[in-house]
Design a protein around this ligand. Structure first.
Ligand code: PEP
Ligand code: MN
Length: 233
């Protein structure tokens, strides 16, 4: 099964290079990280911005990695066209049909994430706006407790979605888990439920991460997870 991994946000050249070097050493060659972050809170870290493109180019040249990164406007897509292999459309843009249509101007796959409280039917219907190859990505949904902004895993929807689409299904373990102590078991469940690929956030020093600090795995934890996944049938 494919593993798509990397830090939540690209924070510095050093952080990107060390993560890519680590991933390369454990045989993961699909690198994902955000240059611009779509944050609910305007005071939260918004991403390193345009300069981070150079860091992606560097790891692509050095390790021949497949690059996945989130975009949410046409400027970003034009800027990153030459370095990105797969566009990520994030959960907060799942209903942005103009953006979905705009991906059709490029010849590359789209990793399309389920909206925060989007039905599977809506998810599939909206995905029809994407004409290129798509990877349907489940990522956990809002819990029923509105005061609690954490997500709950939509693990059983892997099987339901499988019955509704022939497209590749990815499970974003990290955003579904919210806390790193849950990542391993949820990843194993997602494999058992038949996900084609898993997305997992990994960071050289998660406690210092500028976004999603609680859920990103340390390198050692990530290596252990890969071992456990190999044993999971
Ligand atoms: C992400 O992938 O880092 C992210 C912000 O995901 P989502 O759009 O699913 O919240
Ligand atoms: Mn994240």
């Amino acid at each position: 099964m494919n593993i798509i991994a990397g830090p939540c946000s690209l924070e510095s050249r050093q952080q990107v290079l060390s993560t890519a070097k680590f991933l390369n050493s454990v045989g993961v060659n699909i690198f994902r990280g955000g240059i611009w972050k779509y944050r609910s809170d305007p005071n939260a870290f918004q991403g390193a911005g345009d300069d981070a493109k150079l860091w992606l180019q560097e790891i692509k040249d050095k390790y021949n990695m497949t690059i996945v990164t989130e975009v949410f406007n046409s400027y970003q897509m034009r800027l990153l066209d030459d370095v990105t292999d797969i566009w990520q459309i994030g959960a907060r843009n799942a209903y942005n049909t103009d953006l979905l249509k705009y991906t059709n101007l490029f010849h590359k796959p789209v990793l399309y994430k389920r909206g925060l409280n989007m039905s599977l039917k809506d998810f599939c219907i909206h995905s029809d706006y994407i004409e290129n190859k798509k990877i349907m990505c489940l990522r956990g949904i809002f819990s029923i407790f509105p005061q609690d902004q954490r997500f709950i895993p939509d693990i059983s929807d892997i099987q339901r979605l499988r019955e509704m689409t022939d497209e590749e299904i990815c499970y974003d373990v990290s955003h579904a888990a919210c806390e790193r102590k849950y990542v391993r078991r949820i990843a194993q469940c997602a494999k058992i439920m038949g996900a084609d690929s898993l997305m997992i956030e990994v960071h050289p020093n998660p406690d210092k991460a500028l976004s999603d600090a609680s859920q990103q795995l340390r390198f050692k934890e990530f290596r252990n997870l890969l071992k456990k996944l190999e044993e999971t049938k």
